[in-house]
Design a protein around this ligand. Structure first.
Ligand code: ATP
Length: 306
């Protein structure tokens, strides 16, 4: 797959503060990548570097074959960006706002206006932006970022302030764009909603990239236990199954439920023991480590590394 973004050993200092430190990665066409990290981890700084809004202190960046920090950045028109805090002219209507951005990007106004329907603002398009709710302004920001079918889309906390219905629509829109070849990089603190959707996750900690891979790949590296929940018939109050391997962390939940933390290579053996034990297993849930747990693991590991 063709690479659209190359970030090579990039650092950005603000005085003595290292906002980004020795970060390298490559983004490919059609990838949907989540950029996650605590407040101040360097996510917005990385996006601003890719947009050419700021220059790196060292290292190099290439976006769609260009250096964004160079004066003429031809690729900029093929970039979509939703900033963390969207602000528009309150006196303009939604339509006027989008028409303004369409002209800036040299796209047809008619195609840009269709995006208002896509983000559910069709009915409010003739109202002044000053009367919009926070979520409506966020929708307008998203429509603005989508103008011109960008080849690279940078979204800084795009789902903040969106209601659950639009979150769903939002992910449908960006998944469709990624399927059509757009590179989507989105920063977010909403890890649960990224779990099923991001093909790849980059974790930042204090300006440093501490993990990068698919969720499955990060699970293989982290080797965190999988939670196995079993409903076992006839288990007495507080009783634990006799077939549990010694030392396997296990706790009782409500009813006849037992939760066992299984090491990755113990899972199958545990399930064999459970079904061979003679007591009926009435229900079973296998819960692999969540993105929240993986995130906490990689941050802990980074903090331990001197
Ligand atoms: P959040 O999740 O809160 O949006 P972030 O990961 O996007 O955080 P950045 O905005 O990239 O974090 O900031 C990284 C660090 O760089 C922070 O310590 C921030 O205070 C600092 N920083 C960012 N912009 C500037 C600036 N213009 N001048 C000085 N320091 C800055």
């Amino acid at each position: 797959m063709t690479s659209t973004v190359h970030v090579t050993d990039v650092a950005k200092d603000y005085g003595g503060l290292k906002a980004v430190c020795g970060v390298s990665f490559e983004l490919r066409q059609g990838e949907l990548v989540a950029l996650i990290g605590h407040n101040g981890a360097g996510k917005t700084t990385l996006m601003k570097l890719m947009l050419g809004l700021i220059r790196p202190t060292s290292g190099s960046i290439e976006v769609l074959g260009d250096n964004p920090a160079a004066g003429q950045f031809a690729g900029r028109r093929q970039l979509g960006y939703l900033p963390e805090n969207v602000s528009f002219d309150a006196a303009l209507t939604g339509r006027e706002t989008l028409a303004f951005y369409a002209r800036l990007k040299r796209e047809t106004v008619a195609s840009a206006l269709k995006l208002l329907d896509a983000v559910g603002l069709g009915d409010a398009s003739r109202r002044r932006v000053g009367t919009y709710s926070k979520g409506m302004r966020q929708r307008l920001g998203l429509a603005q970022a989508l103008i011109g079918h960008p080849r690279v889309l940078l979204l800084d906390e795009p789902t903040t302030g969106l209601d659950p219905e639009l979150r769903q629509t939002f992910y449908e829109i960006i998944q469709r764009l990624a399927a059509e070849g757009t590179t989507v990089l989105l920063s977010s603190h909403a890890l649960t909603e990224l779990e099923e959707r991001a093909g790849r996750v980059i974790i930042m900690n204090r300006g440093v990239k501490v993990a990068d891979g698919s969720i499955e790949g990060l699970r293989n590296i982290a080797r965190l236990p999988t939670k196995i929940r079993l409903k076992i018939a006839g288990l007495g109050p507080g009783e634990l199954p006799s077939w549990l391997p010694t030392g396997a962390p296990c706790r009782r939940l409500d009813g006849h439920l037992v939760e066992i933390e299984a090491e990755p290579d113990q899972k199958i053996e545990l399930l064999h023991s459970a079904t061979a034990s003679g007591r009926a297993v009435e229900d079973l849930d296998v819960l692999p480590p969540t993105l929240d747990e993986l995130y906490a693991h990689f941050l802990r590991q980074a903090e331990r590394t001197p």
